[in-house]
Ligand binder design. Structure first.
Ligand code: HAM
Length: 416
């Protein structure tokens, strides 16, 4: 029978790579705890409408990339392509605005997008992200951005580029979209078919087009930065000033628009020179209208999400933690009961222990101990059982000593 393979765009994660994931997850919990973020876990699927309303009907994600299906009761459901809309939905549904303070969340988990798979781009991928509600101060934008860059630096990912823009707000964007539309209209004959369609529906998305000709043309289009209202201009100036106090270098990219429609004011991305084509490590920004648009109070929001597969590509050099594994070997199946009990005691004292129930002779068991990289093999034979002891063989030096069972834990602690 032919073997079944994992679906295209998904990955199995196992040792030693899984150690880098565990390291990353622990680092996220530790670091973001210091900023008073609390973990939130939302469902992997939601009503499709949440994403079409939240992310924007005209985005690539909603138009082309969602895993949408009908359940047996004919509801339209979608595997979450991102988590911001879900966190907002959960906060509204449970009125977390009243129940929790401060309103700061972080999450870690799988997201799903029907993307073209390549290195660093998958159909099931993982994000960690943060969301801050109810704080419109530009210093919060700077703190969120600082935390993202500082977190990467602490992971040892220092060669990154932070790009920053302001995408305006409903006060200034309509006038800007008008001039942008006009500029695009003037060049429509030279744009790709997709971009021509976007002129009416969502001209900002033309800046996302990967076609060389389109990005060349878009480079001459007017930029939102020249059309910001006084409030957005002041906010953006204060974000940049705070980032400078925090010693965070950034590149102003007036064409950074992000792929999701909910952003207002600050938008940012961090890229890595080490990643090739899929070089965005993380992206985010402010979304001051999303909570209201999804039926909640008129409340500001800001956050970002990072692609964990892309972070892990930078962490693969991390040595897998090597716990001191103990292997319990028996010279004769008669001593298996002693072996089981010894393993129980050692595990309750915190040691990782493996018992070989299968191999009939000691030689085979020593071989297996080497294969699982055991530090010590504890041998139970007639003498040891009679004397209430165990022979401990150091697998690296091959030295062997007999230790009374009552002294074993102390001995192991002294011999790391
Ligand atoms: P996003 O830019 O769509 O933003 O995704 C954030 C990050 O997820 C990207 O920078 C990238 O590292 C990773 N990513 C996206 N798609 C894939 C994929 N197919 N394979 C691997 N990694 C991928 C958001 O999702 C927003 N929710 C971020 C946000 C939070 N904005 C405000 N709060």
């Amino acid at each position: 029978m032919s073997a079944i393979q994992a679906p295209k765009g998904t990955r199995d994660i196992f040792a030693p790579e899984v150690h880098a994931w565990q390291h990353l997850e622990a680092a996220i919990r530790d670091y973001y705890g210091r900023y008073l973020y609390q973990e939130i876990r939302t469902p992997l699927f939601e009503h499709s409408e949440l994403f079409s309303r939240g992310i924007g009907e005209q985005t690539e994600v909603v138009q082309k990339e969602m895993y949408t299906f009908r359940d047996k009761a004919d509801r339209s459901l979608t595997l979450r392509p991102e988590n911001t809309a879900s966190v907002v939905r959960a906060a509204i549904e449970h009125n977390l605005f009243e129940a929790l303070a401060p309103l700061r969340f972080f999450y870690i988990g799988p997201m799903f997008r029907y993307d073209k798979p390549q290195k660093g781009r998958y159909r099931q991928f993982h994000q960690f992200g943060v969301e801050v509600f109810a704080d419109d101060a530009p210093q919060v934008d700077a703190e969120v951005i600082f935390s993202a860059v500082d977190f990467l630096r602490r992971l040892g990912i220092a060669q990154v580029q932070l790009e920053l823009n302001s995408v305006g707000c409903p006060n200034c964007r309509p006038a800007y979209l008008k001039v942008l539309r006009q500029a695009a209209q003037d060049r429509s004959a030279d744009l790709c078919e997709d971009c021509r369609r976007k002129i009416d529906s969502n001209p900002l998305r033309i800046f996302d087009c990967k076609q060389h000709a389109c990005s060349g043309i878009a480079a001459s289009f007017p930029v939102i930065g020249d059309h910001l209202c006084p409030e957005c201009r002041e906010h953006f100036a204060a974000v940049r000033e705070t980032l400078s106090w925090m010693n965070v270098p950034f590149l102003l990219n007036p064409r950074l628009v992000r792929g999701l429609d909910y952003y207002t004011k600050t938008a940012f991305e961090v890229t890595s020179g080490q990643l090739g084509a899929q070089n965005a490590l993380l992206g985010g920004g402010r979304y001051n209208d999303l909570i209201r648009e999804l039926g909640g109070p008129d409340m500001a929001g800001i956050g970002f999400a990072a692609g964990m597969e892309r972070l892990v590509l930078h962490l693969e050099h991390l040595a897998a933690p090597r716990p001191k594994v103990l292997f319990v070997a028996t010279a004769d199946p008669r001593w298996l009961a002693h072996a089981v009990q010894l393993a129980q005691v050692l595990r309750s004292e915190g040691h990782p222990v493996y018992v070989d129930y299968q191999s009939k002779n000691l030689k085979k068991q020593f071989k297996k101990a080497d294969r699982i990289a055991a530090a010590f093999t504890l041998v139970l034979a007639e003498d040891e059982v009679r004397d209430g002891a165990v022979s401990v063989k150091n697998m690296a030096t091959q030295e062997q000593v007999k230790i009374p069972l009552k002294d074993l834990n102390a001995w192991l602690k002294q011999n790391p």
